[in-house]
Design a protein around this ligand. Sequence first.
Ligand SMILES: Cc1cc2nc3c(=O)[nH]c(=O)nc-3n(C[C@H](O)[C@H](O)[C@H](O)COP(=O)(O)O)c2cc1C
Length: 188
Amino acid sequence: MELCDAIQGRRTVRAFGPDPVPDQTVTEIFEAGTWAPSHGNKQPWEFVLIGPATRAGLAMRYQAMLEAGPLKNPELAEARKQALRNFAKDFGGAPLLFAVVCPPATTDLDRYDFPLAAAAALQNIFLAAWERRIGGVWLSIGSNPQIRELLGVQPGSTVAGIVAMGFPDSVPAPQPRAQAADKTRRLP
Ligand SMILES: Cc1cc2nc3c(=O)[nH]c(=O)nc-3n(C[C@H](O)[C@H](O)[C@H](O)COP(=O)(O)O)c2cc1C
């Protein structure tokens, strides 16, 4: 797959078939993650594979987070609420669940740089996965203190993303994008 095709063709996938992602493939996509740039080549990321016991705890906390937040919103359509509930029950049945975690940052520069580098690693992982017909969703639930606790992350570390991944059961239509020109400004 051409790089630009992967960049434009990738979709966030939230429904998965049952086939497991082979260990070798997991290794390959994490290797792609390690080729992301990072300040001083510090490589401030750790790929944390999430097993069944932790996954069950995460799903419970995810559901509690939704019930306490978005699902209380009267403006959110009922169908959307049901879709959120279904997904959160078991991460859309994703056969692979992992987190990308930054080590504790002790300087302002590292606090700034570590999550950026980890995000670059995450995008590499998504693109390498997509090239292998594997999709996933990048979840920001790692900002929640109780989820952090379950993952055993230290104070000062950032959970850059929790990712549910697998072979897509369905691939959604593209989300619209603003033109780059409309997101561009020039300084004198
Ligand atoms: C930093 C980040 C956090 C995200 N958090 C969530 C999330 O918590 N739940 C979710 O369903 N999708 C999440 N997404 C996926 C976005 O919703 C998705 O990328 C966006 O709607 C555009 O769709 P596309 O990826 O298919 O182009 C996140 C994406 C990023 C980059």
